[in-house]
Ligand binder design. Structure first.
Ligand SMILES: NC(=O)c1ccc[n+]([C@@H]2O[C@H](COP(=O)([O-])OP(=O)(O)OC[C@H]3O[C@@H](n4cnc5c(N)ncnc54)[C@H](O)[C@@H]3O)[C@@H](O)[C@H]2O)c1
Length: 328
């Protein structure tokens, strides 16, 4: 990909039109990229188009669009033909989380794209070093991990596989910055990448405490919302420790680390919930129970919250010293 091109000159291909694929497509259209969307499953073209349209309308609701939805749709082509990816500068795979299926799809993508096209996967957990073996020229293969909704989150994890070259990583970082993201680079594709590993450490500890009867789900959620929730988006973790005073953390580590769960078994509580066929807000049964209306209210609240935090976070970017918020 030529880093000097304007956004509008970089055509991007997206393969897979599910939740993430359609959300990423809407975010790229909103930025002005021509997008070639590939529906890999027979009959998915129409439903895929509908999903993209819905996501564009959500972008409109989030005040992200500068023009009517129809103008962005003129940048979009939806087809089932991999050949349509031929002139893409970047192709991102967004299909089901299944190694064998992803490998088959990447072989098809590699057959029709030029050696200069960057190939990327939005996988949540499959190692990039394994996936990149499916294509010739694996140095142009990289992980680009979005969070949902793609158009309203500043998060973007860029994951290098063993064979990914510097040029590819630099081109994707540059592109991510032009998208208004705060990209992070994971140089070695450790299992779970960065953000999932952090969260799984938290999940293990809280399930352990609840299982011992030390607290309840509801109180644990309240702590997380109103403590971590009040500083995370601004500071992250290391800056928070700098801010609070490092000596206290140092002392607390030696006292608390030996007390934390290091179990590698599955929590019994979690096992019970899964055995009862609970699927959370999808079927109203999980750690909490939900009526259909409550489930819908949580989805709507999540969407509205994302909008608020997207705009709020823009006032406090990583380079805070360049803003009035850092100097007042
Ligand atoms: N959902 C999230 O919040 C999220 C976040 C980050 C990354 N991801 C990753 O993004 C990818 C897609 O996730 P999603 O949530 O959009 O899934 P999804 O179930 O909504 O969509 C999956 C898509 O995969 C395609 N597909 C299904 N079977 C296929 C087959 N046999 N051959 C080719 N294509 C097939 C279809 O286009 C389908 O729409 C996964 O790798 C997932 O781990 C998801």
């Amino acid at each position: 990909m030529n880093g000097n091109l304007k956004i509008q000159d970089n055509t991007i291909g997206i393969v897979g039109l599910g939740l993430m694929g359609s959300s990423i497509i809407a975010s790229l259209l909103a930025l002005g990229h021509p997008v070639k969307a590939i529906a890999p499953i027979h009959g998915e073209k129409e439903i895929g188009y509908k999903r993209i349209l819905e996501q564009l309308h959500l972008c409109e609701k989030f005040d992200i669009l500068q023009a009517p939805v129809e103008e962005y749709l003129s940048l979009l082509t939806v087809s089932s033909e991999y050949n349509d990816l031929e002139d893409c500068h970047l192709v991102v795979e967004c299909i089901v989380e299944n190694l064998a299926i992803k490998e088959t799809v990447f072989k098809k993508i590699a057959e029709v794209t030029s050696k200069r096209t960057i190939l990327a996967s939005n996988t949540s957990a499959i190692p990039i070093s394994i996936l990149q073996k499916a294509v010739p020229d694996p140095q142009r293969f990289i992980g680009i991990h979005w969070a949902e909704p793609a158009f309203a989150t500043r998060f973007l994890e860029i994951i290098c596989g063993k064979e990914t070259d510097e040029e590819t990583t630099a081109a994707v970082c540059k592109l991510a910055l032009s998208w208004g993201k705060e990209p992070t680079v994971l140089r070695r594709d450790i299992r779970g990448f960065i953000t999932n590993r952090l969260m799984y450490a938290v999940y293990r500890e809280i399930l352990h405490l609840v299982e011992k009867g030390d607290t309840s789900f509801a109180d644990a959620d309240k702590c997380f919302r109103y403590d971590a929730g009040s500083w995370m988006t601004l500071m992250g973790i290391f800056r928070r420790m700098d801010y609070e005073g490092l000596k206290d953390y140092y002392t607390a580590y030696s006292n608390i680390f030996p007390l934390l769960s290091n179990s590698d078994g599955i929590s019994l509580q979690m096992q019970k919930i899964v055995d009862a066929h609970s699927r959370g807000i999808q079927n109203g049964k999980g750690f909490y129970s939900y009526t259909r209306q409550e489930a819908m209210q949580w989805s709507q609240a999540f969407s509205a919250f994302n909008k608020d935090i997207f705009h709020l976070a823009a006032n406090y970017p990583e380079r805070i010293s360049e803003t009035s918020n850092g100097t007042k």
